[in-house]
Each structure stands twice: as C-alpha cells, then as structure tokens.
Design a binder for this molecule. Sequence first.
Ligand code: FES
Length: 209
Amino acid sequence: MSAQSVTQVSTDSIDDKSKRHFLIAATTVVGGIGAGFAAIPFILSLQPSAKTRAAGAPVEVDIGKLEMGQRIIVEWRGKPVWVVRRSEKNLADLVTLDSQLRDPNSEKIDQQPVYAKNAGRSIKSEYLVVVGICTHLGCSPSYVTEEDPVAKTLRADWKGGFFCPCHGSFFDLAGRVFQGVPAPTNLVVPPHKYLSDTRVIVGVDAEGA
Ligand code: FES
C-alpha cells in the first residue's frame, strides 16, 4: 500500500474569506508513493498522478492539530473529504434538529457505512468525516459555523453546518440534509478508520472497504 496526503485546515466562511487560514500537516498516502513525497505540502497532494487517482489510494490524515470547530480538507478519489472537530455543544445541538431533517436517523444505507449510522454519523463523535460534495448536483458546500456573522442571514437558529450556495441546500454538522431543500440525501460518509488518537485513514475501514 502507498500513501500520500497533506492536509489543509480551514475555518472558512462564505462571507469572510480573509478569515480563512490553513495549516499544513503531513499525512500519508497509502499506496506506492515514496516516503519523500509525504513531506510535500497539500497543494501538491491536490495533483496526485492519474494512476494514483484511479487507484483511489486511501489517504491518511493527521488530526492532531485540529482545533475545535476547525475543518481539514483532503482529497480522496478526486473528491474533497472533510474532517470537522465538533464540540460537546455541537453534538448536543444535533439532537435538537431531528424534526427539521429529511433523514435524521441515516436510514438511507448508501450514505454511510454501518458504523456511522448513529447520532453523529461518526466513529468518534468528536470528529465528522464526510465527503464534501452536495447530494443535489455536486457542488461543494461552504462550512458555516454557528458564530459566523452570515449564519443568521442564511437560516434561523443556525447551529453550524454546511450551506450549498448553488441551489440553497443546508446540512447540519453531521452532514444531515434539512427538509425543504433540493438535496435529496445526507452527505456521504466515506469508509474510514482511526489508526491512533491523532490519525485517521480515509478510503479503507476495518472491513477493508
Ligand atoms: S448542488 Fe447543492 S443545492 Fe444544488
């Protein structure tokens, strides 16, 4: 197996790109890339070889420096995958949203592995790992925290989550879609597993998916 990846941490919001900041963190791509490549920053990891992309090599992510509320973005199989660190309040808020959601209990089985069919749609409740592609027509939603000034202009009582500007779909901090928006299903949780408290690998899980 080989590996590549470097991670990008951002606290981007849709109205204030100046707030965006990035953290470069070494990761590993499982699959056939030399060890020296692992030290190359994320921007290069966005351009893996066609062979690597086709192989869909798993991507190992260092989450050791991810602060509460931050998001890491990595590329897996040509798609953005987000890792978001959620607070206890974020998790408590999720429970209050069920009645507003289209599939609060993640009944659509194709949208997550069995081990992520739970309240937080996660293995470790603190971390959401999700494919950052809207389930309507494939745009990449924006991450909007509860504290973001623009949040209140988007939706009343916003608890943080993701907004797709293409046609106005909303997802909560578990990637669950709200009712009354174009997106039909929750965001996809990819196969993944934890290698340690600070490292998660996307693209493979305990079942070898
Ligand atoms: S692509 Fe996201 S709402 Fe249409």
